[in-house]
Every structure is written in structure tokens, then in C-alpha cells.
Design a protein around this ligand. Structure first.
Ligand code: PLP
Length: 448
């Protein structure tokens, strides 16, 4: 493997596991102890292929909020995904990549008026709503918009629930359709979100059935209801394949029952964590340690302080109910295990990543890695106390990248625009717009 200092994308000769990649990076640049992410781009590509295989009828619109890393957006744009944006800034990010506005759904049911006007300006016409005031706002600011009615779901078995904040119940949904008819706003479909970290496929099945009932009512009122958006909530951590398949099978069955292909309804989804969670492994360095004795039990306890915390990447502990799992990087971890707590680098007592876990004795300058750190981490991080959070370092094996580009070379027109976008503009290389991303990558990143 060749690593180029400060270059964020590494095309490796052979496949690497994130952990090996991290070891290599540390070995080569030992003095640089800043936290960093090993981002496995192959993992993201594999997720996309798995999605298309498991739910061929459902076009993914990646939820930008989950991780707005520009390279992830470029890669998914290149692979042909659509995008779920929640704000003007997110829309702009996608538009600035040259991705066409019809691949974007503005999926925030409560929007600032000026953002609606911005959506109009850049041609993002599909947007969600779930209440009468929002309907009037959209009518006033973008009367030609194609609106999608978000209905409530039973998300009680999800880790992060939204139904207390968003979604019209079925009675209100019917009223909203009548209202939209009255003010002549075009409702084209229904959306829902079963909650992030959804633990049961039944929630999707029930929501699809409810969507059918509301869309039939809309059709009766004279709307042409041709879009169903089944939201996000799909698992993305390593080891969740079986569960993802179970959800996909249930969704496919419900779609075939309520929205058969002949219905002509286009189905989209808004997966976030599914795409990125497992691709990101965070490496943190132990910057300080403390030992203490529990006065009640006389047990020796260890405290480790690492250089990324809850104000940075681990904001997911506070906002995403996430329980991150530490793994020491050093190979020999046999021997006595201690009860430990792991703390972030700021001066705040709240900056605790995990209050109790079991680890061997580690020392300052040892590394701890954290898998499944791609979702709701970077996008919510700030540099509190002036301390930067982990920076991404991307890797992909060249043989795999060759396969990806071959597969997509065979795809016609819809990809040609996306193909033009440069994957490595982060590197600050001047490249012609016409250059394909892989040429770009190979020419400028692969050392000769
Ligand atoms: N769509 C909407 C409207 C959301 O609010 C969210 C998450 O907050 C998502 C999609 C992505 O959800 P997930 O990451 O669980 O797939």
C-alpha cells in the first residue's frame, strides 16, 4: 500500500480491512497522533449493490444529514443514488456537485420560507409537508411544487423516534388532501419514516398499507398519486445484513400487495445510516490516563482520555443514542481486564464516551479504534475547546474500483453527468471537468 501524506484518498493495490489500514497509516506517520477515520469506500459501494439487489423497486435517496462528507456524496451521486435534503445548505451541496435537481427530495415537513424559495430557484420541486400551515407556505412560495404528504407511523420500537414531531394521522391526512385540492397544490404522493434504528419490519408493512389508503383517497380527489417514499431507518452497522434482508423481504411483499408494478407508482426511500455506518472506523489516540480506586469496592479503575469526544465524533452518544464499542489497536491484549471509563479531550465533565467498559491496561499514545462510526457523527461534530475531531482518510482497492468503473461504464446516459465529477477535488488537484473520476484518481493519487 502506498500512502501519501495529507492526501485523503488512497487507492490500495489489494483489499485492506479498516484495522490493517489504520495500523499502516500509524506505522508510516507515527508522529501524527490526531484522530482520523479510515473510510472504506468499497463498503459504501457494496451497500449500494446490496440495496439494489434486495429492493430493486426502491430507489435510494441518501439522507445527507446522516453524513454530509463530500466524498460520500460524490460517490453516491456517481453510483446513481438520489438525495434526501433537509435544508438549503444540503440542497446546495448536492446541486454544487452538478447533480440534477430532479434527483433531490426536500424531505423536511417544516421548512423556512426562504428555503422553499431557494428550492424553487434551483428546481427542487419535490418536497414533503404534514400540516395545513406548511401547505399554505408552499403554495405561497412555490405554487408549482410537487408535494408529498408525510404520514405518521408507529415508531415505538425505533431507537430514534420522530412521530411526536412529524407526520399527519390518517384523518388529518385526508383533510390535508382536501385542503390541497382546494388551494390547487399538486400532491403527488405519500412519505413516512418509521424511526431511525427501527427494530421491526412490521412498522414498514403497516406504514405501506396506510400510505395505500391515503394515496387511494388522493386519487379519488383527482390527484395523480404516483410517488411513495418509505423513508429511512434501515440498519447499517456491520453484522446487520440478516436484519436488513428481513426488512427488505417484508417491504417487497407489502409493495407487491399494495403497490404492484402495474400501479405505476414510483417507490423511493431515504436511507442514511444504512449507507455509511459500517464504512467509517474511527481511530483515537490515548492522550492521558488516570488510575483510581473505587472507595466502595476497593476495585482499581482506569480512566482513559482520548482525542475525540462527545463534542466531536461521539456526539452520536448524546444525539443518536449510540453506544460506541472501543477496541484497542495493539495486538496483544491478553491479560488482566480492568473496568474503565473513556473520556473525550475537552474540559467538560459531560464529555464521557463510555462510563463503564472492560479493557486491558493501556498507556498514553496507545490507540483505540471504534467501528461503525459513519452515521450521525461527523455531521453533528464541532471543535469545542478548539479541538478538532477525526478527519476522514478514504481507501479503496484498485481491483474493486476497476470493477465499479467497468460496471458503470456500461450504464448509459443517466450516469454520464455524474461521471464528470471529480472524486479527488479534496486533494486540490487541478483537473479538467471532462476527466472521469477514476482517471482523476489514478493519475493524481496512485504513485507511479
Ligand atoms: N429521512 C428523514 C426525513 C429523516 O429525518 C432521517 C433521519 O433523521 C432519515 C431520512 C435518515 O434516517 P436513517 O439514517 O435512519 O436511515
Amino acid at each position: 500500500m502506498h500512502l501519501i501524506k495529507d492526501c485523503p484518498i488512497i487507492i490500495t493495490k489489494a483489499a485492506f480491512k479498516a484495522e490493517e489500514f489504520i495500523r499502516k497509516k500509524i506505522e508510516l506517520f507515527t508522529k501524527d497522533c490526531d484522530p482520523f477515520y479510515a473510510v472504506d469506500l468499497e463498503d459504501i459501494c457494496n451497500k449500494h449493490v446490496r440495496w439494489l439487489t434486495a429492493m430493486p423497486r426502491v430507489t435510494p435517496h441518501y439522507a445527507v444529514k446522516c453524513n454530509d462528507d463530500i466524498l460520500v456524496l460524490k460517490l453516491l451521486g456517481f453510483l446513481g443514488a438520489g438525495f434526501d435534503c433537509a435544508s438549503k445548505t444540503e440542497i446546495k451541496k448536492i446541486i454544487d456537485l452538478g447533480i440534477s435537481s430532479d434527483r433531490i427530495i426536500y424531505a423536511n415537513p417544516c421548512k423556512q420560507s426562504s428555503y422553499v424559495r431557494y428550492a424553487k430557484q434551483v428546481g427542487v420541486e419535490t418536497m414533503t409537508f404534514d400540516n395545513e400551515q406548511e401547505l399554505m407556505k408552499i403554495k405561497e412560495n412555490y405554487s408549482d411544487a410537487k408535494v408529498v404528504l408525510r404520514i405518521v407511523t408507529d415508531d415505538s420500537s425505533a431507537v430514534c423516534q420522530f412521530s411526536m414531531k412529524f407526520g399527519a394521522d390518517l384523518e388529518t391526512a385526508r383533510f390535508l388532501l382536501e385542503k390541497a385540492k382546494e388551494i390547487e397544490l399538486d400532491v403527488i404522493g405519500v412519505s413516512f419514516h418509521c424511526g431511525s434504528g427501527q427494530m421491526t419490519s412490521q412498522a414498514f408493512v403497516d406504514a405501506i398499507k396506510n400510505a395505500r389508503s391515503i394515496m387511494s383517497y388522493g386519487d379519488k380527489l383527482g390527484f395523480d398519486m404516483k410517488l411513495l417514499d418509505i423513508g429511512g431507518g434501515f440498519p447499517g452497522n456491520t453484522g446487520t445484513d440478516e436484519y436488513f434482508t428481513e426488512i427488505a423481504v417484508a417491504i417487497n411483499r407489502a409493495l407487491d400487495e399494495h403497490f404492484p408494478v402495474q400501479s405505476g407508482v414510483r417507490i423511493i426511500a431515504e436511507p442514511g445510516r444504512y449507507y455509511v455506518a459500517s464504512a467509517y472506523t474511527l481511530a483515537t489516540n490515548i492522550i492521558a490516563t488516570r488510575e483510581m480506586t473505587d472507595p466502595a469496592t476497593n476495585e482499581k479503575k482506569l480512566m482513559y482520555y482520548v482525542n475525540d469526544g462527545v463534542y466531536g465524533s461521539f456526539n452520536c452518544v448524546l444525539y443518536d443514542h449510540y453506544i460506541p464499542e472501543p477496541t484497542p489497536l495493539k495486538k496483544d491484549i491478553s491479560g488482566k481486564q480492568y473496568t474503565c471509563s473513556i473520556w473525550g479531550p475537552t474540559c467538560d465533565g459531560l464529555d464521557c464516551i463510555t462510563s463503564s467498559t472492560c479493557l486491558p491496561k493501556l498507556t498514553t499514545d496507545d490507540w483505540i479504534i471504534w467501528k461503525n462510526m459513519g452515521a450521525y457523527t461527523i455531521s453533528g461534530a464541532v471543535q469545542f475547546n478548539g479541538i478538532p475531531f477525526g478527519k476522514p482518510l478514504y481507501f479503496m482497492a484498485k481491483p474493486f474500483w476497476d470493477n465499479v468503473k467497468q460496471a458503470f461504464e456500461q450504464r448509459p446516459v443517466q450516469y454520464t453527468r455524474a461521471l464528470k465529477y471529480r472524486m479527488n477535488s479534496e486533494c486540490g488537484n487541478e483537473v479538467e471537468d471532462e476527466m472521469l473520476p477514476w482517471e482523476d484518481l489514478e493519475d493524481s493519487i496512485l504513485p507511479s
